[in-house]
Design a protein around this ligand. Structure first.
Ligand code: NAD
Ligand code: WQD
Length: 375
Protein backbone atom coordinates (compact mmCIF):
# COMPACT_ATOMS: atom_id res chain seq x y z
CA UNK A 1 0.00 0.00 0.00
CA UNK A 2 2.77 2.43 1.02
CA UNK A 3 4.70 2.14 -2.29
CA UNK A 4 1.43 2.85 -4.15
CA UNK A 5 0.83 5.99 -2.07
CA UNK A 6 4.42 7.15 -2.69
CA UNK A 7 4.10 6.49 -6.44
CA UNK A 8 0.78 8.38 -6.59
CA UNK A 9 2.27 11.30 -4.65
CA UNK A 10 5.29 11.42 -6.99
CA UNK A 11 3.04 11.25 -10.05
CA UNK A 12 0.95 14.18 -8.76
CA UNK A 13 4.11 16.19 -8.07
CA UNK A 14 5.38 15.36 -11.56
CA UNK A 15 2.12 16.63 -13.06
CA UNK A 16 2.18 19.86 -11.07
CA UNK A 17 5.82 20.47 -12.06
CA UNK A 18 5.35 19.65 -15.74
CA UNK A 19 4.10 21.54 -18.74
CA UNK A 20 2.13 20.26 -21.68
CA UNK A 21 4.19 20.05 -24.89
CA UNK A 22 2.78 21.02 -28.30
CA UNK A 23 2.09 17.30 -28.87
CA UNK A 24 0.14 17.00 -25.64
CA UNK A 25 2.90 15.15 -23.70
CA UNK A 26 3.69 16.24 -20.17
CA UNK A 27 7.30 17.40 -20.01
CA UNK A 28 9.01 18.23 -16.73
CA UNK A 29 9.91 21.83 -15.96
CA UNK A 30 13.63 22.50 -16.17
CA UNK A 31 15.54 24.49 -13.57
CA UNK A 32 19.12 25.77 -13.69
CA UNK A 33 20.74 25.62 -10.25
CA UNK A 34 23.93 27.65 -9.81
CA UNK A 35 26.06 26.45 -6.89
CA UNK A 36 24.10 23.19 -6.87
CA UNK A 37 27.08 21.11 -5.70
CA UNK A 38 27.27 23.08 -2.45
CA UNK A 39 25.63 22.45 0.90
CA UNK A 40 22.16 23.95 0.43
CA UNK A 41 22.26 23.53 -3.34
CA UNK A 42 22.82 19.76 -3.26
CA UNK A 43 19.90 19.18 -0.86
CA UNK A 44 17.68 21.43 -2.95
CA UNK A 45 18.64 19.66 -6.18
CA UNK A 46 17.62 16.35 -4.61
CA UNK A 47 14.23 17.75 -3.55
CA UNK A 48 13.72 19.26 -7.03
CA UNK A 49 14.44 15.93 -8.71
CA UNK A 50 12.07 14.08 -6.38
CA UNK A 51 9.41 16.71 -7.10
CA UNK A 52 9.72 15.92 -10.82
CA UNK A 53 11.89 18.82 -12.06
CA UNK A 54 14.69 18.40 -14.60
CA UNK A 55 17.74 20.01 -13.04
CA UNK A 56 20.93 21.38 -14.55
CA UNK A 57 23.71 22.38 -12.13
CA UNK A 58 26.54 24.81 -12.78
CA UNK A 59 29.24 25.01 -10.11
CA UNK A 60 32.97 25.80 -10.19
CA UNK A 61 33.53 23.42 -7.22
CA UNK A 62 35.44 26.16 -5.38
CA UNK A 63 33.76 25.18 -2.10
CA UNK A 64 32.29 21.80 -2.98
CA UNK A 65 32.94 18.43 -4.49
CA UNK A 66 31.42 16.75 -7.52
CA UNK A 67 30.84 13.76 -5.25
CA UNK A 68 27.80 15.58 -3.86
CA UNK A 69 26.29 15.58 -7.36
CA UNK A 70 27.01 11.86 -7.81
CA UNK A 71 25.41 11.08 -4.47
CA UNK A 72 22.35 13.22 -5.18
CA UNK A 73 21.92 11.30 -8.45
CA UNK A 74 22.00 8.01 -6.51
CA UNK A 75 19.62 9.23 -3.80
CA UNK A 76 17.17 10.38 -6.47
CA UNK A 77 16.86 6.85 -7.92
CA UNK A 78 15.13 6.88 -11.30
CA UNK A 79 14.80 10.69 -11.07
CA UNK A 80 18.62 10.92 -11.05
CA UNK A 81 18.58 10.74 -14.86
CA UNK A 82 17.02 14.22 -14.83
CA UNK A 83 20.20 15.75 -13.38
CA UNK A 84 23.12 17.12 -15.37
CA UNK A 85 26.23 18.96 -14.21
CA UNK A 86 28.59 21.59 -15.68
CA UNK A 87 31.83 22.41 -13.89
CA UNK A 88 32.17 26.10 -14.74
CA UNK A 89 32.46 29.53 -13.21
CA UNK A 90 29.56 31.94 -13.52
CA UNK A 91 31.94 34.58 -14.83
CA UNK A 92 32.40 32.39 -17.92
CA UNK A 93 29.71 34.01 -20.04
CA UNK A 94 30.42 31.76 -23.03
CA UNK A 95 29.72 28.60 -21.03
CA UNK A 96 26.54 30.12 -19.57
CA UNK A 97 25.44 31.12 -23.08
CA UNK A 98 26.03 27.57 -24.34
CA UNK A 99 24.01 26.14 -21.44
CA UNK A 100 21.09 28.47 -22.18
CA UNK A 101 21.30 27.76 -25.92
CA UNK A 102 21.17 23.99 -25.37
CA UNK A 103 18.39 24.01 -22.74
CA UNK A 104 15.25 26.08 -22.30
CA UNK A 105 14.92 26.85 -18.60
CA UNK A 106 11.65 27.58 -16.83
CA UNK A 107 13.48 29.14 -13.88
CA UNK A 108 16.88 29.56 -12.20
CA UNK A 109 17.86 29.11 -8.56
CA UNK A 110 20.99 31.12 -7.81
CA UNK A 111 23.02 29.71 -4.88
CA UNK A 112 26.53 30.23 -6.28
CA UNK A 113 28.52 32.65 -4.18
CA UNK A 114 31.22 32.98 -1.57
CA UNK A 115 29.83 33.02 1.96
CA UNK A 116 32.57 33.29 4.60
CA UNK A 117 32.01 36.50 6.55
CA UNK A 118 35.59 36.76 7.94
CA UNK A 119 37.16 36.11 4.55
CA UNK A 120 34.93 38.80 3.03
CA UNK A 121 36.36 41.32 5.50
CA UNK A 122 39.92 40.35 4.54
CA UNK A 123 39.27 40.04 0.80
CA UNK A 124 36.34 42.33 -0.06
CA UNK A 125 37.19 42.64 -3.75
CA UNK A 126 37.11 38.86 -4.16
CA UNK A 127 33.59 38.86 -2.70
CA UNK A 128 32.34 41.85 -4.71
CA UNK A 129 33.82 40.39 -7.88
CA UNK A 130 32.59 36.81 -7.44
CA UNK A 131 29.16 37.45 -5.95
CA UNK A 132 28.15 40.61 -7.80
CA UNK A 133 29.56 39.90 -11.23
CA UNK A 134 28.31 36.30 -11.03
CA UNK A 135 24.76 37.53 -10.35
CA UNK A 136 24.88 40.25 -13.02
CA UNK A 137 26.24 37.92 -15.72
CA UNK A 138 23.59 35.37 -14.84
CA UNK A 139 20.76 37.94 -15.01
CA UNK A 140 22.05 39.25 -18.35
CA UNK A 141 22.24 35.80 -19.92
CA UNK A 142 18.81 34.89 -18.50
CA UNK A 143 17.34 38.07 -20.03
CA UNK A 144 18.97 37.38 -23.38
CA UNK A 145 17.33 33.94 -23.46
CA UNK A 146 13.92 35.02 -22.21
CA UNK A 147 14.19 33.18 -18.88
CA UNK A 148 12.90 35.69 -16.33
CA UNK A 149 12.11 33.67 -13.22
CA UNK A 150 14.70 33.57 -10.46
CA UNK A 151 15.01 32.40 -6.86
CA UNK A 152 17.96 34.04 -5.12
CA UNK A 153 19.77 32.89 -1.95
CA UNK A 154 19.76 35.90 0.30
CA UNK A 155 20.50 35.79 4.00
CA UNK A 156 19.36 36.95 7.42
CA UNK A 157 22.62 38.89 7.38
CA UNK A 158 20.75 41.69 5.52
CA UNK A 159 18.98 42.54 8.81
CA UNK A 160 22.37 43.64 10.18
CA UNK A 161 21.93 44.00 13.96
CA UNK A 162 18.14 43.84 14.15
CA UNK A 163 16.61 46.08 16.84
CA UNK A 164 14.05 43.44 17.74
CA UNK A 165 13.10 39.82 17.09
CA UNK A 166 11.44 38.18 15.26
CA UNK A 167 12.84 39.74 12.08
CA UNK A 168 10.12 40.70 9.62
CA UNK A 169 10.74 41.03 5.91
CA UNK A 170 9.91 44.75 5.96
CA UNK A 171 12.56 45.56 8.61
CA UNK A 172 15.23 48.11 7.83
CA UNK A 173 18.14 46.44 5.98
CA UNK A 174 21.83 47.02 6.53
CA UNK A 175 25.12 45.27 5.92
CA UNK A 176 27.76 44.80 8.58
CA UNK A 177 30.43 43.16 6.40
CA UNK A 178 31.30 42.88 2.67
CA UNK A 179 29.60 39.46 2.36
CA UNK A 180 26.35 40.91 3.71
CA UNK A 181 26.74 43.92 1.43
CA UNK A 182 26.91 41.62 -1.63
CA UNK A 183 23.57 40.08 -0.56
CA UNK A 184 22.03 43.50 0.00
CA UNK A 185 23.27 44.81 -3.37
CA UNK A 186 22.05 41.72 -5.24
CA UNK A 187 18.64 42.10 -3.55
CA UNK A 188 18.56 45.73 -4.77
CA UNK A 189 19.65 44.69 -8.27
CA UNK A 190 16.80 42.15 -8.35
CA UNK A 191 14.28 44.79 -7.24
CA UNK A 192 15.51 47.15 -9.99
CA UNK A 193 15.38 44.41 -12.61
CA UNK A 194 11.78 43.57 -11.66
CA UNK A 195 10.79 47.26 -11.77
CA UNK A 196 12.36 47.64 -15.20
CA UNK A 197 10.25 44.94 -16.83
CA UNK A 198 7.03 43.33 -15.64
CA UNK A 199 7.96 39.97 -17.12
CA UNK A 200 10.58 39.38 -14.39
CA UNK A 201 9.55 37.37 -11.36
CA UNK A 202 12.12 37.07 -8.60
CA UNK A 203 11.91 35.56 -5.13
CA UNK A 204 14.55 36.53 -2.58
CA UNK A 205 14.86 33.90 0.16
CA UNK A 206 16.53 35.07 3.36
CA UNK A 207 17.89 31.97 5.07
CA UNK A 208 18.59 32.03 8.79
CA UNK A 209 21.05 29.40 10.12
CA UNK A 210 20.97 26.23 8.00
CA UNK A 211 22.13 23.03 9.74
CA UNK A 212 21.64 19.28 9.46
CA UNK A 213 21.95 16.95 6.52
CA UNK A 214 19.92 14.52 4.45
CA UNK A 215 18.64 11.74 6.79
CA UNK A 216 20.54 9.12 4.74
CA UNK A 217 23.83 10.66 5.90
CA UNK A 218 24.90 10.52 2.25
CA UNK A 219 25.03 14.29 1.59
CA UNK A 220 25.78 17.11 4.02
CA UNK A 221 27.96 20.15 4.65
CA UNK A 222 31.66 19.76 3.87
CA UNK A 223 33.35 23.07 4.73
CA UNK A 224 36.89 23.63 3.47
CA UNK A 225 39.39 24.77 6.12
CA UNK A 226 38.38 25.99 9.59
CA UNK A 227 34.58 26.24 9.74
CA UNK A 228 33.15 29.72 10.40
CA UNK A 229 29.75 28.53 11.52
CA UNK A 230 28.78 26.99 14.82
CA UNK A 231 27.49 23.55 13.86
CA UNK A 232 30.19 22.54 11.35
CA UNK A 233 32.69 23.42 14.09
CA UNK A 234 30.79 21.39 16.70
CA UNK A 235 30.71 18.50 14.23
CA UNK A 236 34.49 18.63 13.77
CA UNK A 237 35.00 18.62 17.55
CA UNK A 238 32.72 15.58 17.83
CA UNK A 239 34.73 13.58 15.26
CA UNK A 240 37.99 14.50 16.98
CA UNK A 241 39.23 16.87 14.28
CA UNK A 242 39.36 19.83 16.72
CA UNK A 243 39.88 19.75 20.50
CA UNK A 244 37.14 22.13 21.72
CA UNK A 245 34.46 24.60 20.71
CA UNK A 246 35.15 28.23 21.53
CA UNK A 247 31.88 29.82 22.68
CA UNK A 248 31.90 33.45 21.62
CA UNK A 249 30.41 35.29 24.58
CA UNK A 250 28.38 34.16 27.61
CA UNK A 251 27.39 37.62 28.79
CA UNK A 252 24.49 38.27 26.40
CA UNK A 253 21.08 39.19 27.75
CA UNK A 254 19.65 35.71 27.04
CA UNK A 255 18.57 32.77 29.23
CA UNK A 256 22.07 31.25 29.48
CA UNK A 257 24.14 34.24 28.37
CA UNK A 258 25.00 32.85 24.91
CA UNK A 259 23.71 34.35 21.66
CA UNK A 260 20.41 33.20 20.15
CA UNK A 261 19.89 32.21 16.50
CA UNK A 262 17.26 30.58 14.31
CA UNK A 263 18.55 27.17 13.19
CA UNK A 264 16.74 25.54 10.29
CA UNK A 265 17.08 22.02 8.90
CA UNK A 266 18.58 22.05 5.40
CA UNK A 267 15.78 19.70 4.24
CA UNK A 268 13.21 22.33 5.25
CA UNK A 269 15.20 24.94 3.35
CA UNK A 270 15.25 22.69 0.29
CA UNK A 271 11.45 22.39 0.46
CA UNK A 272 11.25 26.18 0.72
CA UNK A 273 12.86 26.41 -2.73
CA UNK A 274 10.33 24.05 -4.28
CA UNK A 275 7.58 26.20 -2.72
CA UNK A 276 9.21 29.35 -4.12
CA UNK A 277 9.34 27.87 -7.64
CA UNK A 278 5.62 27.10 -7.45
CA UNK A 279 4.98 30.66 -6.26
CA UNK A 280 6.84 32.05 -9.30
CA UNK A 281 4.14 30.54 -11.49
CA UNK A 282 1.51 32.82 -9.95
CA UNK A 283 0.72 35.71 -12.25
CA UNK A 284 0.98 38.56 -9.74
CA UNK A 285 4.50 37.87 -8.43
CA UNK A 286 7.04 40.66 -9.08
CA UNK A 287 10.00 40.76 -6.71
CA UNK A 288 9.06 39.15 -3.40
CA UNK A 289 11.10 38.39 -0.30
CA UNK A 290 10.59 35.63 2.27
CA UNK A 291 12.36 34.60 5.45
CA UNK A 292 13.19 30.91 5.64
CA UNK A 293 13.69 30.13 9.30
CA UNK A 294 12.05 28.01 11.97
CA UNK A 295 10.73 31.05 13.82
CA UNK A 296 12.35 29.80 17.04
CA UNK A 297 15.38 31.15 18.87
CA UNK A 298 18.00 28.72 20.24
CA UNK A 299 21.12 29.66 22.22
CA UNK A 300 24.63 28.38 21.46
CA UNK A 301 24.61 26.22 24.61
CA UNK A 302 21.17 24.78 23.83
CA UNK A 303 22.42 23.80 20.38
CA UNK A 304 25.58 22.21 21.82
CA UNK A 305 23.51 20.22 24.35
CA UNK A 306 21.17 18.98 21.60
CA UNK A 307 24.18 17.85 19.57
CA UNK A 308 25.72 16.08 22.59
CA UNK A 309 22.42 14.29 23.11
CA UNK A 310 22.18 13.24 19.46
CA UNK A 311 25.79 12.12 19.15
CA UNK A 312 26.52 10.80 22.62
CA UNK A 313 29.77 12.82 22.41
CA UNK A 314 30.93 15.39 24.92
CA UNK A 315 31.82 18.72 23.30
CA UNK A 316 34.55 20.42 25.36
CA UNK A 317 33.93 24.17 25.60
CA UNK A 318 36.22 27.16 25.94
CA UNK A 319 34.36 30.33 26.87
CA UNK A 320 35.76 33.39 25.12
CA UNK A 321 34.73 36.98 24.50
CA UNK A 322 32.04 38.01 22.04
CA UNK A 323 32.87 37.65 18.34
CA UNK A 324 33.04 41.13 16.79
CA UNK A 325 29.96 41.91 14.74
CA UNK A 326 27.71 39.27 16.38
CA UNK A 327 24.14 40.26 17.21
CA UNK A 328 22.55 39.14 20.49
CA UNK A 329 19.27 37.59 19.34
CA UNK A 330 18.22 36.88 15.75
CA UNK A 331 15.28 34.77 14.66
CA UNK A 332 12.76 34.87 11.85
CA UNK A 333 9.18 35.87 11.54
CA UNK A 334 7.84 33.06 9.37
CA UNK A 335 4.29 34.35 8.89
CA UNK A 336 4.78 35.62 5.34
CA UNK A 337 6.34 32.37 4.08
CA UNK A 338 3.62 30.33 5.80
CA UNK A 339 0.86 32.46 4.33
CA UNK A 340 2.15 33.00 0.78
CA UNK A 341 4.46 30.04 0.09
CA UNK A 342 2.38 27.60 2.16
CA UNK A 343 5.72 26.56 3.64
CA UNK A 344 6.66 25.95 7.26
CA UNK A 345 9.73 24.30 8.79
CA UNK A 346 8.91 20.77 9.96
CA UNK A 347 12.06 19.82 11.88
CA UNK A 348 13.35 20.91 15.27
CA UNK A 349 16.89 21.10 16.63
CA UNK A 350 16.89 17.45 17.78
CA UNK A 351 16.31 16.24 14.21
CA UNK A 352 18.85 18.76 12.88
CA UNK A 353 21.50 17.43 15.28
CA UNK A 354 20.54 13.78 14.66
CA UNK A 355 20.95 14.18 10.90
CA UNK A 356 24.10 16.28 11.19
CA UNK A 357 25.67 13.62 13.40
CA UNK A 358 24.57 10.83 11.07
CA UNK A 359 26.35 12.64 8.20
CA UNK A 360 29.39 13.50 10.33
CA UNK A 361 29.87 10.01 11.72
CA UNK A 362 29.55 8.42 8.27
CA UNK A 363 31.78 11.06 6.63
CA UNK A 364 34.19 12.36 9.28
CA UNK A 365 36.30 13.97 6.57
CA UNK A 366 33.41 15.12 4.42
CA UNK A 367 33.25 13.96 0.82
CA UNK A 368 36.93 12.99 0.99
CA UNK A 369 36.15 10.33 3.62
CA UNK A 370 34.99 7.13 2.00
CA UNK A 371 33.98 5.19 -1.10
CA UNK A 372 34.20 8.35 -3.21
CA UNK A 373 36.22 6.66 -5.91
CA UNK A 374 33.42 4.14 -6.33
CA UNK A 375 30.71 6.82 -6.71
P1 NAD B 1 28.32 26.50 -0.44
O1 NAD B 1 29.65 27.19 -0.45
O2 NAD B 1 28.28 25.12 0.09
O3 NAD B 1 27.69 26.52 -1.90
C1 NAD B 1 27.93 27.55 -2.81
C2 NAD B 1 28.39 26.90 -4.11
O4 NAD B 1 28.63 27.92 -5.08
C3 NAD B 1 29.71 26.13 -3.93
O5 NAD B 1 29.52 24.83 -4.42
C4 NAD B 1 30.71 26.90 -4.77
O6 NAD B 1 31.68 26.06 -5.34
C5 NAD B 1 29.82 27.58 -5.80
N1 NAD B 1 30.33 28.83 -6.36
C6 NAD B 1 30.76 29.93 -5.70
N2 NAD B 1 31.10 30.89 -6.56
C7 NAD B 1 30.87 30.39 -7.80
C8 NAD B 1 31.03 30.91 -9.11
N3 NAD B 1 31.51 32.13 -9.34
N4 NAD B 1 30.68 30.13 -10.17
C9 NAD B 1 30.21 28.88 -9.96
N5 NAD B 1 30.05 28.34 -8.75
C10 NAD B 1 30.37 29.09 -7.68
O7 NAD B 1 27.33 27.45 0.36
P2 NAD B 1 25.85 27.15 0.88
O8 NAD B 1 25.89 27.13 2.35
O9 NAD B 1 25.25 26.03 0.14
O10 NAD B 1 25.16 28.51 0.46
C11 NAD B 1 24.46 28.65 -0.76
C12 NAD B 1 23.99 30.09 -0.89
O11 NAD B 1 23.19 30.43 0.24
C13 NAD B 1 25.14 31.10 -0.90
O12 NAD B 1 24.80 32.13 -1.81
C14 NAD B 1 25.16 31.64 0.51
O13 NAD B 1 25.65 32.96 0.56
C15 NAD B 1 23.69 31.58 0.87
N6 NAD B 1 23.45 31.48 2.32
C16 NAD B 1 24.07 30.50 3.03
C17 NAD B 1 23.87 30.43 4.40
C18 NAD B 1 24.59 29.40 5.23
O14 NAD B 1 24.75 29.62 6.43
N7 NAD B 1 25.01 28.28 4.68
C19 NAD B 1 22.99 31.33 5.02
C20 NAD B 1 22.37 32.30 4.25
C21 NAD B 1 22.60 32.36 2.89
C1 WQD C 1 26.01 31.25 15.42
C2 WQD C 1 26.30 31.55 16.89
C3 WQD C 1 28.36 32.72 17.25
C4 WQD C 1 31.06 29.60 15.96
C5 WQD C 1 26.38 33.41 9.90
C6 WQD C 1 26.50 34.52 8.90
C7 WQD C 1 25.17 34.73 8.25
C8 WQD C 1 24.60 33.42 7.67
C9 WQD C 1 24.59 32.33 8.68
C10 WQD C 1 25.29 33.28 5.40
C11 WQD C 1 26.86 32.95 17.09
C12 WQD C 1 28.39 31.35 17.89
C13 WQD C 1 29.92 30.31 16.27
C14 WQD C 1 31.93 29.19 17.01
C15 WQD C 1 30.43 30.19 18.60
N1 WQD C 1 25.41 32.94 6.61
N2 WQD C 1 29.61 30.61 17.57
N3 WQD C 1 31.57 29.49 18.30
O1 WQD C 1 26.88 34.38 12.86
O2 WQD C 1 24.45 33.69 13.14
O3 WQD C 1 25.45 33.77 10.90
O4 WQD C 1 25.90 32.22 9.24
O5 WQD C 1 24.54 34.09 4.94
O6 WQD C 1 25.39 35.67 7.27
O7 WQD C 1 26.93 35.69 9.54
O8 WQD C 1 26.11 31.98 12.43
O9 WQD C 1 27.03 29.76 12.90
O10 WQD C 1 28.63 31.69 12.65
O11 WQD C 1 27.17 31.57 14.66
O12 WQD C 1 30.16 30.46 19.77
O13 WQD C 1 32.98 28.58 16.78
O14 WQD C 1 27.32 30.64 17.32
O15 WQD C 1 29.00 33.67 18.04
O16 WQD C 1 26.34 33.43 18.30
P1 WQD C 1 25.75 33.54 12.44
P2 WQD C 1 27.30 31.19 13.10
Amino acid sequence: MLPLIILTHRFLLFLSNSISSEHGFMIPKTVLVTGGAGYIGSHTVLHLLLAGFKTVVIDNLHNSSQTSILRVKKLAGEFGNNLSFHKADLSDRDVLEQIFVSTKFDAVIHFAGLKAVGESVRRPLLYYNNNLSGAITLLEVMAAHGCKKLVFSSSATVYGWPKEAPCKEEFHLSAVNPYGRTKLIIEEICRDVCSSEQEWKIILLRYFNPVGAHPSGYIGEDPQGVPNNLMPFVQQVAVGKRPALTVFGNDYNTTDGTAVRDYIHVADLADGHVAALLKLDESNTGCEVYNLGSGKGTSVLEMVRAFEQASGKKIPLVIAGRRPGDAEIVYASTEKAERELKWKAKYGIDEMCRDQWNWASKNPYGYGSQEDSTD
